[in-house]
Write a protein that binds this ligand. Structure first.
Ligand code: NAD
Length: 256
């Protein structure tokens, strides 16, 4: 599928995987709406790639609608990448076996609201706009890529909410792709392994943390870089025969 002259939306586009995807989609000729909470980084990126930045909280349906409307003014909306997400650590039970009140239900709800429900809301609103596009030779009108995580398959201590949110994204891939096939829209999901982005924080402690994480990667023994994920995003958007797939991009990592 050709995206030259089309518009695209990248949620979480101000940072990390989303920013790399926005750059690579722009290089393919799309005008990208960078939709994120981080205005300074988002504005700078939009300027660099000839796109538009919009403050969008993916838990706010009206803000998503505004982004979809803005994109359709820039060209037919043919590509959407759901990269907005947060990591969160909480234990359901404290180390001493007591319930840990610092890690409450609200924290769990917040992760689900952003990572899972936010992703679904963007998918449904974007697909509705895509359904109005002129079809290509296949009848294709657009493509969407969601970002899950290997945490969907492999849960770590304290990451119930994160794994549940990403497992939900994996779980919705096939049924939503089936729904969207009726309007010529493809949906694929990427499950990244450990990718060196600001999601792990910045500074000495996070560098040491990341260096340690790299040991679990099969090969190459390092964290992934955002461009290695973004090139898969572009493949899934532009390859018209990719649909309803969940692809790990993770260096073969299996967490202990
Ligand atoms: P990142 O922190 O660099 O980027 C995430 C972006 O999402 C940020 O710019 C942030 O401002 C934005 N965001 C957060 N909440 C938002 C909200 N409510 N509305 C709109 N934007 C919001 O992280 P990243 O590593 O680039 O992560 C991108 C996606 O990939 C996330 O969904 C993450 O869970 C997933 N992922 C990352 C890794 C990794 O190792 N980096 C691994 C697996 C999955």
């Amino acid at each position: 599928m050709d995206i030259n002259g089309a518009s695209a939306i990248v949620t979480g586009g101000a940072s990390g995987i989303g920013a790399a995807a926005a750059r690579q989609l722009a290089a393919k000729g799309a005008t990208v709406v960078v939709a994120d909470l981080q205005a300074e980084k988002g504005e700078a990126l939009a300027k660099e790639i000839g796109g538009v930045f919009l403050t969008v909280d993916v838990t706010d349906t009206d803000q998503i609608k505004a982004a979809v409307n803005a994109a359709t003014e820039l060209g037919p909306l043919r590509a959407v990448v759901n990269s907005a997400g947060i990591g969160w650590a909480q234990r359901t039970v404290g180390r001493d076996g007591e319930f840990d009140s610092a890690h409450d239900l609200d924290a769990f709800r917040k992760v689900i609201a952003i990572n899972l429900i936010g992703t679904f809301d963007v998918v449904r609103l974007a697909a509705t706009a895509m359904s109005r596009n002129e079809p290509d030779a296949d009848g294709g009108r657009g493509a969407i890529v969601n970002l899950a995580s290997v945490a969907a398959f492999d849960g770590q201590i304290g990451q119930a909410s994160y794994s549940a949110s990403k497992g939900g994204i994996v779980g919705m891939t096939l049924p939503v792709a089936r729904d969207l096939a009726a309007v010529g829209v493809r949906l694929n999901t990427i499950a990244p392994g450990l990718i060196d982005t600001p999601i792990y924080g910045e500074g000495e402690a996070s560098e040491a943390f990341k260096a340690n994480l790299g040991k679990n990667v099969l090969f190459p023994k390092r964290l992934g870089v955002a461009d290695e994920l973004a090139s898969m995003v572009v493949e899934l958007i532009t390859n018209s025969y990719m649909n309803a797939e969940v692809i790990r991009v993770d260096g073969g990592i299996r967490m202990p």
